[in-house]
Design a protein around this ligand. Structure first.
Ligand code: KG4
Ligand code: ZN
Length: 341
């Protein structure tokens, strides 16, 4: 059994995973109530909340699984990418437990883990595949030879898709995190009410851009310059139309880039993970595209799209490949925009 720890952003999570991706125990503590009034994650508050929660969360996962430290094979932790303070709390907890229990440490790439969420409920391997990670911090395409050998194909040059959802939600005075609220309201809206831009770049590009779309939404609501969005008077239908048109623009751009990546790599499977992969409109648009373009689609189950420690099951793949780390392992917070291991 491997204990997996996740604290890259604002969820504190731990799980105990057996061989064959068996989930023996899992716990998550969110921080919405802490960050809600700031309409976004405040890194220092996130790190402090992780400090308070990490041991109780680990304890809960271990108790659910009915295991003790000496039963474990290893302790795994996501050490990249993410918020520096948040990552440090998880890594320090993992190292301390490794020292106390005399267990090996495995460091996990959070983005790879998001994709591995597609493997959790499947017997046969989902690799090789094109991988799309679409979350609050990332929108990236990879050619994945295996769970742990990924080649970066493209990514966002500005905002991540989830970040755009959250920023549009702020303009519409919706609660944080905004993605689920925008997507719920979009169901009652007209996706053709506003003709928002789809950033497709040149025909070959596998990069994404969502900041122009975000600005277009802003101009549909208010003029340029300083504005107080709280004073906006919009009917429920106007809000829903903005949400639906914005969401359609995100979905169109994402589907087009996935199709390009499938064509370019000649891979026959697309795996999708990350918080925005929970979005119903995106899921059905990708399902349509997979029928039309004849590729297999694997999207993580909604409960494993947003941050969790169960996707840390990828640690078994690293273990099998002999990828054990020393206790001098460090955090790697930076945004990943190019090929890496
Ligand atoms: O993967 P995640 O939990 O954290 C990161 O690693 O970033 O993703 C969180 C992001 C947030 O931006 C949130 O608004 C978005 O995922 N999100 C959604 C939906 N559920 C979560 N965006 C659109 N539609 C959803 N249903
Ligand atoms: Zn994430």
């Amino acid at each position: 059994m491997i204990l997996t720890i996740e604290s890259t952003c604002d969820e504190t999570a731990a799980a105990v995973i057996g061989r064959g991706r068996r989930v023996l125990g899992a716990a998550v503590a969110g921080q919405e109530s802490i960050h809600e009034r700031f309409r976004g994650v405040v890194p220092e508050l996130a790190a402090r909340a992780h400090v308070a929660r990490i041991l109780p969360v680990i304890d809960e996962a271990m108790r659910m699984a009915g295991v003790q430290g000496h039963d474990l094979t290893a302790v795994a932790v996501a050490n990249q990418p993410g918020l520096a303070g948040s990552l440090l709390v998880g890594l320090c907890a993992a190292k301390s437990l490794c020292l106390a229990w005399n267990k090996p440490l495995i460091t996990v790439n959070h983005l790879y883990a998001h994709l591995y969420a597609c493997q959790l409920d499947r017997e046969t391997s989902v690799f090789p595949c094109v991988g799309l990670i679409i979350s609050g911090g990332h929108t990236s395409l990879y050619a994945c030879r295996s769970a742990i050998e990924l080649e970066h194909l493209g990514g966002t040059i500005d905002d991540a898709a989830g970040e755009a959802f959250d920023k549009v939600a702020v303009m519409l005075n919706l609660p944080y995190p905004g993605g689920p609220h925008v997507s719920r309201l979009a169901q009652q809206g007209n996706p053709r009410a506003h003709d928002f831009p789809r950033s497709l770049f040149d025909a070959e590009s596998l990069d994404f851009s969502f900041s122009g779309l975000k600005t277009a939404v802003r101009y549909a609501l208010v003029g340029p310059g300083r504005q107080d969005f709280r004073e906006l008077q919009l009917s429920p239908q106007q809000v829903s139309d903005i949400c639906a048109s914005f969401q359609a623009a995100v979905v169109d751009a994402v589907v087009e880039k996935c199709l390009r990546a499938i064509r370019r790599t000649k891979l026959k499977r697309l795996c999708v993970g990350g918080g925005v992969a929970a979005n119903q409109a995106l899921r059905s648009a990708l399902a349509d595209a997979s029928q039309r373009a004849q590729f297999e689609l694997c999207i993580a189950q909604p409960q494993w799209c947003t941050d969790n420690a169960v996707m840390g099951a990828i640690a078994w793949e690293l273990w099998d490949a002999g990828r054990i780390d020393g206790l001098d392992a460090d955090i790697l917070p930076g945004l990943v925009r190019h090929t890496h291991r």
